[in-house]
Design a protein around this ligand. Structure first.
Ligand code: PRP
Ligand code: URA
Length: 216
């Protein structure tokens, strides 16, 4: 098994298009929210390609018996949206994974210190170690939030090798922390940006993803 963080930037025209819409400061909140939903959908589509478990069964077509590859409903699937902004990606992710359990995690950065605190944790005490987890968080900036999210999951038995993160914009500090601590994780992001400004915002980024998604 590879022990190097895998970061995929899918070269998909719809991902690029909706990223451009989200980046544009003149995009109003309802359109920003739609862009996030589309990014959630297409990033999930890419992320689950070799992750969603399947099984071979026989079906009967109108003409003959035939083998079919189906989604295996017995392998546990979980989506963890990091509130608030991760909720905007959830709609698109959930449309592709209707059988997944959704466990909300509310994390917020202190605007001055950038320290992360948890205000809502709906994760169960233990999770089956075979569970596939998809984390939705549009911004990976300093990495404080995603590191806390993964710590909460691994404490409950989750295997990082079965965990995927979808983000819209990822910055090097977050990717470095993830790579150093969880080398067998996989990240799907629409873009890797240059870095952070003095307030911990990704540059060029797209601004405050939570405020822009919810018009606050
Ligand atoms: C944003 C974003 C990420 C986090 C990333 O959340 O949604 O969760 O910042 O930053 P980090 O990598 O430096 O931790 P925020 O704390 O602004 O809360 P919100 O989603 O409610 O706006
Ligand atoms: N959170 C955001 O919403 N935007 C950033 O650029 C960084 C963290």
């Amino acid at each position: 098994m590879s022990l190097q963080l895998r970061v995929h930037v899918p070269p998909h025209p719809l991902i690029q298009h909706w990223l451009g819409v989200a980046r544009d400061a003149s995009t109003p909140p309802p359109i920003f929210k739609s862009a996030m939903k589309e990014l959630g959908r297409w990033l999930t589509y890419e992320a689950i390609r070799d992750w969603l478990p399947t099984e071979e069964i026989m079906v009967q077509t109108p003409l003959a018996p035939c083998s079919a590859t189906m989604v295996n409903p017995d392998v546990p699937l979980v989506v963890v949206p990091i509130l608030r902004a991760g909720l905007a990606l959830l709609d698109g992710a959930q449309s592709l994974l209707p059988l997944a359990s959704i466990y909300h995690l509310g994390l917020v950065r202190n605007e001055e210190t950038l320290e992360v605190s948890c205000y809502l944790n709906k994760l169960p005490e233990r999770l089956n170690p075979q569970t596939r987890v998809l984390i939705t968080d549009p911004m990976l900036a300093t990495g404080g939030s995603i590191m806390m999210a993964i710590a909460e999951l691994t404490q409950r038995g989750i295997d990082p090798a079965l965990t995927r993160i979808i983000s819209v914009v990822a910055a090097p500090p977050a990717l470095q922390k993830l790579g150093a601590n969880y080398p067998n994780l996989t990240v799907y992001t629409a873009m890797i940006d240059e870095g952070l400004n003095s307030k911990g915002y990704i540059v060029p980024g797209l601004g405050d993803a939570g405020d822009r998604s919810f018009g606050t």
